[in-house]
Design a protein around this ligand. Sequence first.
Ligand SMILES: [Zn+2]
Length: 130
Amino acid sequence: MSCDCAEFQEYTANLQFRNKSILDIVTKLGEQNALLNRAVFKSVTHCGCIQINASKQIISNDKTLEENKENLTNHVEGELCPRCREKVEEEIGDLLFYLASLCNALNLNLDEVMKYKLSNLKTLGIFNLL
Ligand SMILES: [Zn+2]
């Protein structure tokens, strides 16, 4: 099922009541980001379904971008278990809610923002991420 971004933003606007002020929205967005980070890290420290095995990412000037890309890692080992996956997805959903709320407060169109960013990513490709 594809999500209609405009419908999501409109529905979000209709539900805003307690956190109508942009001051509340921005602080809730930051708070929600922390809750998402916590859910990810609790998957590591409390559940153990995933592990983080981080080390320095080595980018070699002697290799092509594609070759370097193959050697880079996200440092995540394992897979989220169903319970952790549900929690992380719930936190991402709440983060999207506050992001849509911020767009509403500033008269921005989340769908247009996503389309603009996608266009940039397609134009710049991997250079957009450096
Ligand atoms: Zn888990």
